[in-house]
Design a protein around this ligand. Structure first.
Ligand SMILES: Nc1nc2c(ncn2[C@@H]2O[C@H](COP(=O)(O)OP(=O)(O)O)[C@@H](O)[C@H]2O)c(=O)[nH]1
Ligand SMILES: [Mg+2]
Length: 292
């Protein structure tokens, strides 16, 4: 990739993350974080590096932390295990999750209580009994925050109104006697200044497709598959051997009979098919980045 091309792409990706927007999100997060004991950060298990917010360590310092590798049902299980160890070695509590699975969410309470054990013990020493652990969900757009909150709250679902004086205007969900969840998740922004991160987020559909062309995203994806999941394209589209990006898209267009006027293969349509298949999990369980 040429340098000037890279810087062009950088600018394109920056467009959707207005600094004003970010500043506002950061400020409201700073306020909300004061109210809570534990920050539960959702990452996309297919891109556990690119979906992690770079500023949250600073914003959430002095808070208990839990990383959730969400959408683990779409990610490569072996890679998810590697990412779990990677983040555990860095000192985080980590769990993987399919947030659409309400049952799976029942493990969260136990994990949160374990992570916050120190707080409960400290409270006890000070004679404070039954003060619930307060949790907040944070993560980049589309990572599954609302789904997580809905699944987690479904069982308990006592929505606690405003608490006068302390948490004016905030809605809390009482999960149990021991845990309350802030009803509004914190929206974080990704490491948008890194072109590679932008590409990976585009692959999972987190960055608007208008920002990068589908064909460009598809080329990057094909390149990654050929080096890391060499059977995927063969299995899905019966493409054999090592083809370049354009050759692969041409082959997909031909197999799926996507043609433009004049019988030319419709490359953009082929790119769309590939991206849609990946995002829907039809290519199998795939992780797009490795630890380090
Ligand atoms: N396969 C899968 N899809 C999920 C999971 N969690 C959320 N989703 C889907 O991801 C999309 C975005 O979820 P949403 O909760 O709106 O994300 P938010 O923007 O972070 O609130 C929705 O289509 C969800 O159904 C998960 O664990 N696995
Ligand atoms: Mg949401």
């Amino acid at each position: 990739m040429e340098n000037n091309q890279d810087s062009n792409k950088n600018q394109k990706i920056d467009i959707q993350w207005y600094p004003g927007h970010m500043t506002k999100a950061k400020r409201s997060m700073q306020e909300d974080i004061k109210l809570i004991d534990i920050v539960i950060e959702l990452l996309d298990a297919r891109v556990p590096y690119s979906s992690k917010n770079p500023d949250i360590d600073e914003l959430a310092r002095n808070k208990f932390r839990l990383l959730v590798l969400n959408k683990a049902d779409l990610a490569d299980e072996k890679m998810t295990a590697e990412w779990e160890s990677f983040y555990k070695e860095k000192g985080y509590a980590v769990t993987k999750m399919d947030s659409r699975n309400t049952k799976a969410l029942s493990s969260v309470t136990g994990i949160v209580k374990e992570v916050c054990k120190e707080k409960t013990e400290r409270d006890k020493r000070r004679g404070i009994l039954n003060r619930p652990i307060r949790a907040m969900i944070v993560g980049i757009p589309n990572v599954g925050k609302s789904t997580f909150i809905n699944s987690y709250a479904r069982k308990a679902c006592t929505r606690v109104g405003n608490k006068p004086g302390v948490t004016k205007g905030k809605q809390w969900i009482r999960i149990s006697k021991e845990i309350e969840l802030l009803d509004t998740p914190g929206i974080l922004w990704p490491k948008f200044e890194d072109w590679q991160v932008g590409v990976r987020l585009a692959m999972i559909g987190s960055v608007n497709d208008d920002i990068l062309s589908k064909t460009e995203i598809a080329f990057q994806m094909i390149d990654y598959f050929q080096n890391n999941y060499c059977n995927i394209l063969t299995d899905r589209y019966t493409i054999n051997g090592y083809l370049t990006g354009i050759e692969t898209l041409t082959a997909i267009a031909e197999k799926r009979q996507c043609r433009l006027k004049g019988n030319e293969p419709d490359i953009e349509k082929a790119a769309s098919i590939l991206l849609d298949d990946f995002r829907a999990g039809r290519l199998g369980r795939i992780t797009l980045e490795k630890p380090e």
